[in-house]
Ligand binder design. Structure first.
Ligand code: SF4
Length: 319
């Protein structure tokens, strides 16, 4: 996860972190903050990267990533990533990188005289390093992210073809992630400014739900409603699961009003988030706990990464 300025929202939590928390009981997980990757978009504001990185790491821990079970670290603390990046850069054909759709999109987004950097072009190579250096079984991804892993597989295959089998064929560890609707009825995204943030205050969450988009045709309590397009119902479906069928039935039948429906939704959501928000406050009052987890995580990550580098140098006859 990149240490951008924006805070984690419920969409990020449901789409990624919640699954990581579950998966750490089944796999050895490596969860890192991609602070070098952030340089591709934050080169003019580098002074914020460290603070943002620590915040993201604190978010990991508050969300339930347990540093006793999972390896949590900053990408820049494991210099082996840089060495493998150089070596992978030599085996990756330029054409592969120029064809990556996100490179084209990001280049078009650059304003004025700004030119795309070598780092922006090489982003997928560094991403392949971040994954393959731990020789993992797989990567937890949502269905829409599956194509992003393909270039990692291609780089691994090309390396293995040139130097012998070092890297595994990584698997997609797919998870069912609900697509969360934002408070304006569109997909929850920081771009639309319609997010409910994981670690905002309960008051902020309450206020957002109070003004959230509902069925515009349902004006009075006894008007029949259409929950399918309602952002509040979308939250009921995830955070008030046991009652979601009743909410839907009563809404359609004109037996519930939007005001009380929003109150019920807020209570269910706040109850779910309470332990996470409490843990976040505890972590904030003890910042050393994050630094200690990152230090321990970097040591474990380096142990694995340096062993992979030994194998890589040997395969390339560089040792
Ligand atoms: S009653 Fe609830 S589900 Fe129905 S439109 Fe109002 S807020 Fe949405």
């Amino acid at each position: 996860m990149q240490p951008t300025a924006s805070r984690l929202h419920l969409g990020n939590y449901e789409g990624a972190l919640k699954n990581w928390v579950r998966l750490q009981n089944e796999y050895e997980m490596f969860c890192f903050v991609a602070d070098w990757h952030a340089l591709t978009t934050m080169i003019e504001k580098t002074e914020n990267i460290r603070e943002n990185s620590l915040r993201v790491a604190a978010d990991f821990l508050a969300a339930g990533i347990d540093p006793e079970k999972s390896t949590v670290f900053l990408q820049s603390a494991v210099k082996e990533h840089a060495e493998l990046y150089v070596l992978f850069s030599m085996v990756t054909p330029l054409g592969w990188l120029e064809r990556v759709p996100t490179f084209k999109e990001n280049r078009e987004k650059l304003s004025g005289e700004a030119e795309a950097s070598h780092g922006l072009l090489g982003y997928p190579v560094l991403q392949a390093v971040d994954i393959l250096i731990y020789k993992p079984y797989g990567v937890p991804v949502g269905k829409d992210q599956v194509p992003h892993l393909e270039i990692t597989r291609e780089i691994a295959r090309r390396f293995n073809y040139l130097f012998g089998d070092v890297f595994p064929e990584i698997q997609n560890v797919l998870s069912d992630t609900p697509l969360l609707m934002g408070t304006d009825g569109r997909k929850m995204s920081k771009t639309y400014g319609n997010t409910i943030d994981l670690f905002e205050t309960d008051e902020e969450t309450t206020k957002k739900i109070k003004t959230a988009y509902t069925d515009p045709l349902k004006i009075h309590k006894n008007d029949p409603g259409h929950p399918e397009g309602c952002s509040v119902f979308a939250l009921h479906a995830v955070y008030n699961k046991p009652n979601a069928a009743v909410v839907e039935k009563e809404c359609r039948a004109g037996e519930r009003g939007c005001v009380s429906c929003k109150q019920e939704c807020t209570s269910a959501l706040l109850e779910t988030l309470a332990p996470l928000r409490k843990r976040r406050q505890e972590i904030e009052s003890d910042p050393r706990s994050v630094e200690n987890a990152l230090k321990k995580g970097a040591e474990r990550a380096r142990e694995v990464a340096s062993q992979t580098l030994v194998e890589v140098r040997k395969a390339m006859k560089l040792s």
